[in-house]
Design a protein around this ligand. Structure first.
Ligand code: G4P
Length: 524
């Protein structure tokens, strides 16, 4: 019974956005509501400021802050809310993709003046792959922005998801009056001098003549807009949101704390509690009494003299207990943890127990990899934690012959952490690093030197995309391997990868070898 209740009261989600749309600001406001922090400005932005691409101190600073704010838990109206933070810098997008494997829902923040931006589009693709329920918060309504109907059309077209407004803005920019809450049929007024707490919510319905007192001269416009909303968008249905088909949309200003409570109050009512998770063997229900969970993120220690790391375990079923023995499935070893940590806002503390939906920080001396499963004895492997086809590639070479071993170990561990992906060229046996952002190459070089005492250098290689290949047609596969011998590599798990040097070469290969499947994520 206890387990059931604990699961029902948990909401684990991530806030995602294009940099600068207001993710950090919104996170902070949510924490203020939860009483997890008491002043604005307590959550430091974890983004690397523009132009800092080769500033290593900045990278280190980023690592330090992001471990502290990786998971922010707080209590709100009897619920346990876990916000999983995602890196702001787009070069760390792969980290964000992995974090999305550990959440049950997502809030997307969009800048009301800029609309849908590139990073949001990519992240939405990952949500769509997993049918993650998403809510949209259109931010910065205190500034002049796009027309709300245009924004909704843009979201539908660009993010390829149907929308249903659950709040509606009354003007924007300097004349922004507030939002009409369609979910609760009430009016929230914007009082810009009140930045810390929520604004007044008035229980005034649209047809109440008193509404003019508050929102004139926009009453008529609001009535017309809402009529159009009801005409164009079907009524909100919980099921379609939970299936990831329709995204409820809210409007507000995170900076001025406006529209945030409406978002949070609706979120806690409709967002899903922990859902079943897939493994290669079977579906795991969170209410199963035995513990299962997987590692979705590994964070290196800030102190370069200690190579230990924190592994983030997402609990999928059962109850996690301190000092209890659990099976680390990949190694077959039983392990217990004397100081598992939980994260409450910016504080970290040792916990005795945790439930599905929670994230537990485990001390790791270099044993764990992304995707590792923990159980009470069952042989399981969670799926849905793919690697994504990297976009940038370089050969990595040893620059200090005396430190060969250190380099190999360093590369190995950094890849386990998910910093980048390693491929071995079949033709020449050389190591190729693939990343999603240019910054990672510098991070790897810097960390190899400072944490492992090894030096590396990079050499260019012309690759457009790496894709995993498979086919039932053995003959075609053999033919492909022979013809593309110069472009074949193995990934870390020994699977075959085609390194297409141009987009033209890739489309040609797809066309010429119709029985071969080219995959852009490592899981298929
Ligand atoms: P991010 O995490 O998505 O990258 O965005 P972040 O919250 O850091 O916000 C980016 C900028 O947008 C910040 O300004 C922030 O103050 C501003 N902002 C966030 N929400 C709103 C809003 O509702 N209205 C307006 N007008 N601005 C908003 P900055 O100047 O880059 O940083 P700071 O010096 O204010 O921290």
């Amino acid at each position: 019974m206890e387990l059931k209740q604990e699961i029902a009261r948990r909401r684990t989600f991530a806030i995602i956005s294009h940099p600068d749309a207001g993710k950090t600001t919104l996170t902070e406001k949510l924490l203020l509501f939860g009483g997890a922090i008491h002043v604005a400005g307590a959550v430091k932005s974890n983004k690397i400021k523009k132009g800092a691409t080769s500033d290593f101190m900045e990278i280190e600073r980023q690592r330090g802050i992001s471990v502290a704010t990786s998971v922010m838990g707080f209590e709100y109206k009897g619920l346990k809310i876990n916000i999983l933070d995602t890196p702001g810098h787009e070069d760390f997008a792969e980290d964000t993709y992995r974090t999305l494997t550990a959440v049950d829902s997502v809030i997307i923040v969009i800048d009301g003046a800029k609309g849908v931006e590139t990073q949001t589009r990519k992240l939405m693709e990952v949500c769509r792959m997993r049918n993650t329920p998403v809510m949209v918060f259109i931010n910065k309504l205190d500034r002049p922005g796009k027309d709300p109907f245009d924004l909704l059309d843009e979201i539908e077209a660009e993010l390829k998801i149907k929308v249903r407004p659950l709040a509606w803005p009354i003007s924007n920019g300097p004349s922004f009056k507030g939002v009409y809450n369609l979910y609760q049929d009430s009016l929230s007024l914007f009082l810009s001098d009140d930045r810390q707490t929520a604004s007044d919510t008035l229980d005034i319905k649209l047809d109440d003549p008193r509404i003019d007192e508050y929102i004139a001269p926009f009453t008529q416009q609001l009535r017309e807009d809402l009529e159009l909303v009801e005409g164009v968008y079907p009524p909100f249905e919980l099921e379609t949101y939970l299936n990831g088909e329709v995204a409820p949309v809210f409007f507000g200003s995170a900076l001025n704390n406006f529209g945030v409570r409406e978002l949070l109050d609706c979120f806690i009512q409709i967002a899903p509690s922990p859902r079943p998770s897939k493994t290669e063997q079977r579906i795991i229900d969170p209410q199963e009494p035995k513990l299962t969970g997987f590692i979705f993120k590994i964070h290196a220690n800030m102190d370069p003299n200690h190579r230990d790391r924190i592994a983030f375990l997402k609990i999928c079923s059962g109850k996690f207990e301190r000092n209890k023995n659990y099976l680390h499935v990949p190694s077959g070893k039983w392990m217990k943890f004397s100081s598992p940590t939980a994260f409450m806002a910016e504080k970290k503390s040792v916990i005795d127990e945790a439930y599905p939906g929670d994230i537990v920080g485990l001390h790791d001396t270099g044993t764990f990899k992304i995707g590792d499963t923990f159980t009470e004895g069952e042989q399981l492997r969670f799926v849905g934690i793919p690697s994504f086809s990297p976009e940038l590639f370089r050969y990595i070479e040893n620059a200090d012959p005396m430190k060969f071993k250190q380099l190999a170990k360093g590369i190995d561990q950094l890849m386990d952490e998910g910093v980048a992906q390693l491929f071995i060229h079949k033709m020449n046996g050389r190591k190729i690093i693939g990343t999603v952002g240019a910054l990672q190459f510098e991070v790897i070089q810097y960390r190899l030197e400072h944490e492992y005492g090894a030096k590396c250098r990079y050499e260019p290689i012309q690759i457009y995309k790496a894709c995993w290949i498979e086919s039932d047609n053995q003959e075609q596969l053999d033919d492909f391997r022979k013809r593309k011998y110069n472009n074949m590599a193995l990934d870390k798990r020994g699977r075959e990868v085609f390194l297409a040097d141009t987009s033209y070469a890739l489309s040609l290969a797809i066309e010429k070898f119709p029985d071969i499947h080219f995959h852009f994520t490592s899981e298929f």
